[in-house]
Design a protein around this ligand. Structure first.
Ligand code: SF4
Length: 358
């Protein structure tokens, strides 16, 4: 079972099945001070201390070989969480561990341990050094980590290029000599060549054409099966997550607001934000006529610099009452396998289940 709450929520932790444990991860950023503010400070004005709470005490357990989707609007903190899990950004507090071994904490453990988690970025062109040949890009990390030697690197790289569906002879080319889809395959090969236990994929198909997106998704499905990979798949595309992930976690303004089996959450969400997110996806309706229906989410995403008190979603939620403005809803267990952070999650779930039936 996933665990997207802390132990104080009364959610039982399932250490027997948990492989990757994201425990109470918190990350705040201090925005840079503008020139205007600096001048005002020099003239004697008191500077207001501000920070962006990008990730707010997030916990999540992922079983070995499981694919978990992380969804939410832009700015909800999902990429920041992904970077922390991948070990390229230290959290302000909290730990990430694999099989009980910490791989990232606020004290930033040695980089070598982070080989166990690798990140695939959204833009493969920006993530591959244009001055290096593809075989050198792929071999660099494994040589540094002792997975291969300089003498054996050529053979080692050919194996990974073949595994991602590229011609192993193309290793002597530069990234600009590949198409977008091929570049993303190179980026995946680079990540896999580190022989990780887990891949964090941050919008890996968002910058690709639709036809190429399907190829990359199918490649990830195949690799996951063959290599027994654990996946954290970050995306704003709900249908891709539905296709690829058996569990889904929904983030809103730095917090996980719902988590559970993808089929169940998509069929009947227990949090009003998840429901709004799913309703905002355009759907083709074929009745007497063909039409497209969708319902945009009300209002704007509030500034993470000044999030609303209580439930962060209260300003956009059709169910909000006074209690929501004052009291933070804890992430708590709803039914057997699901968690939701809403004071009225049971009622919302009953409503969405009834709507699904009709
Ligand atoms: Fe809406 Fe209140 Fe639930 Fe927040 S706690 S999602 S405002 S009903």
């Amino acid at each position: 079972m996933g665990r997207a709450g802390d132990s104080s929520n009364g959610v039982p932790s399932d250490s027997t099945r948990s492989f990757v444990r994201i425990d109470q991860i918190d990350r705040q950023f201090a925005p840079s001070i503008s020139i205007g503010d600096r001048i005002a400070a020099k003239l004697g004005s008191k500077l207001e201390k501000r920070s962006v709470h990008a990730v707010n005490r997030v916990s999540l357990d992922i079983a070995r070989g499981q694919a978990v989707g992380l969804v939410g609007e832009s700015g909800c903190g999902k990429s920041t969480l992904g970077r922390i899990v991948a070990g390229i950004l230290p959290p302000s507090s909290g730990t990430v561990s694999i099989d009980g071994e910490p791989v990232m904490s606020a004290q930033r453990t040695p980089v070598k341990t982070t080989r166990r988690v690798q990140l695939v970025f959204q833009d493969p062109f920006a993530s591959l050094d244009p001055r290096m040949k593809v075989r050198d890009i792929i071999a660099e990390g494994p040589i540094a980590h002792g997975l291969t030697t300089k003498a054996d690197a050529e053979t080692y790289v050919r194996r990974w290029l073949g595994l991602v569906g590229l011609d192993p002879d193309l290793g002597s080319r530069y990234p600009h000599q590949f198409s977008g889809g091929q570049r993303q395959r190179v980026a995946i090969a680079r990540a896999l060549a580190m022989q990780p236990d887990m891949l964090v994929c941050d919008e890996p198909v968002a910058s690709l054409d639709v036809s190429i997106q399907a190829q990359i998704i199918n490649l990830l499905l195949k690799l996951r099966r063959e290599l027994d990979l654990t996946l954290l798949f970050i995306s704003h595309d709900l249908s891709v997550v539905h296709h690829l992930c058996e569990r889904v976690a929904v983030m809103y303004l730095g917090r996980i607001v719902e988590e559970g089996p993808t089929e169940q959450v998509y069929a009947a969400p227990a949090h009003p934000y998840t429901r709004a997110l799913l309703d905002s996806v355009p759907k083709l309706v074929i009745a007497d006529d063909v039409s497209v229906t969708f319902k945009p989410i009300q209002g704007e995403l509030p500034s993470p610099m000044n999030p609303p008190p209580g439930c962060h979603f209260h300003g956009r939620c059709p169910h909000a009452v006074e209690r929501c403005r004052a009291e933070v809803p804890p992430l708590r267990q709803i039914g057997n396998a699901r968690l939701a952070a809403c004071h009225f999650a049971e009622a919302v779930l009953a409503e969405t289940q009834a709507a699904a039936v009709t």
